[in-house]
Ligand binder design. Structure first.
Ligand SMILES: [Zn+2]
Ligand SMILES: [Zn+2]
Ligand SMILES: [Zn+2]
Length: 337
């Protein structure tokens, strides 16, 4: 029988259509196909030699000191040339008395150029490079959060054309917005209510539950857990959470970053290898910049391989039909070495 499972934080329902569930990927994997791409493309604005074609960098890591906006970097963050939000202009919601509310889209958009290598998949980055990406997220978060008009900072990656990436050079994005997005509002409202009723963090309870059960665990180390959530909305949905309670991603210490990088790298690699380099989106859900959520919110990362399309039922109802059983997905990824 198909099952319905409810997300304990937001209350959202997912339909797990068990009778349709199979392990969708079990053929052999040819790694060479994916690692033979060009390291450099002279026409790519994110490759060495084309630094002048992007807006000036706002953060760079270099092995040797070198002039800014020149080659030789290991990771580079620049302002998005095609930003949907602008750091200039007023954020001031006005209303002309009708139903129309208006404000300038005040905010900021960064592009994190994750590596000088033009085609290397993030899952194949050496561990220190993965750590550098996670560290850049933290540093840019801290810098962007200083703007008093910013309410939320979204950190995310689109991997593959089907997932919305328009350039193949490995990159992710950071967008600072002047409002708290609805998805975060739902999570916060749910976590706040759970805390009020139980005096505990719902995410901490979820971790305890997942570790006790074990069937949805994908990988873990001392400080971080990678698992398939019980009410996964789509096949191979994967969350990574700190096992310790923390509401803010930017509070990660250097040693915690290192530990996160290890779990994140293995998670990305399992998805890459186990599912044949699928298109995916990942994002970090962390506290809004100007709310005190310390007691009840718990930051986490969500990775959604793009294996189904949102169709009429999903768009019209906000409920998803997941054709894979999360326990099977987790078991499958656990076995990918
Ligand atoms: Zn490139
Ligand atoms: Zn917690
Ligand atoms: Zn979330």
């Amino acid at each position: 029988m198909p099952e319905m499972r409810r997300n304990p934080i937001t209350g959202e329902w997912a339909i797990i259509a068990t009778e349709r569930a199979k392990r969708p990927y079990n053929h052999t994997f040819d790694e060479d196909v994916f690692i033979s791409g060009n390291a450099h493309d002279s026409t790519c604005c994110f490759c060495y030699g084309n630094e002048h074609t992007t807006p000036p960098e706002v953060l760079t890591y270099r092995e040797k000191p070198n002039a800014s906006n020149m080659s030789g970097w290991t990771l580079r963050v620049v302002t998005n040339k095609f930003s949907a939000l602008s750091p200039d202009g007023e954020f001031n919601i006005t209303n002309d008395g009708s139903l129309k509310s208006f404000t300038y889209a005040r905010g900021n958009a960064d592009v994190v150029i994750e590596s000088p290598h033009h085609t290397l998949n993030t899952a194949l980055f050496p561990l220190p490079q993965i750590k550098l990406v996670l560290k850049a997220y933290r540093e840019r978060y801290i810098a962007l959060a200083k703007d008093p008009l910013i309410q939320y900072i979204a950190i995310f990656k689109n991997n593959g054309i089907e997932a919305g990436a328009t350039l193949s050079h490995p990159h992710s994005q950071i967008i600072a917005t002047p409002v708290v997005p609805p998805v975060i509002e739902y999570e916060i409202a749910g976590a706040k209510k759970y805390f009020k009723d139980n005096n505990r963090c719902v995410y901490c309870d979820m971790i305890e539950d997942e570790l006790k059960d074990g069937s949805r665990v994908i990988y873990e180390n001392e400080e971080f857990l990678s698992f398939a959530p019980y009410a996964s909305k789509s096949p191979f949905e994967t969350w990574v959470m700190p096992k310790f309670h923390s509401s803010c991603y930017e509070d990660l210490t250097n040693s915690q970053l290192k530990s996160l990088a290890q779990v994140w790298k293995i998670t990305l690699y399992k998805i890459y290898k186990g599912l044949d380099n699928p298109p995916y989106n990942y994002y970090i859900h962390t506290s809004p910049t100007q709310q005190d959520t310390k007691k009840f919110y718990h930051w986490h990362m969500e990775l959604i391989p793009k294996m189904t399309v949102l169709a009429g039922f999903e768009l019209g109802t906000g409920m998803c039909i997941n054709i894979a059983v999360p326990e099977h997905s987790a078991e499958y990824l656990r076995e990918v070495i």
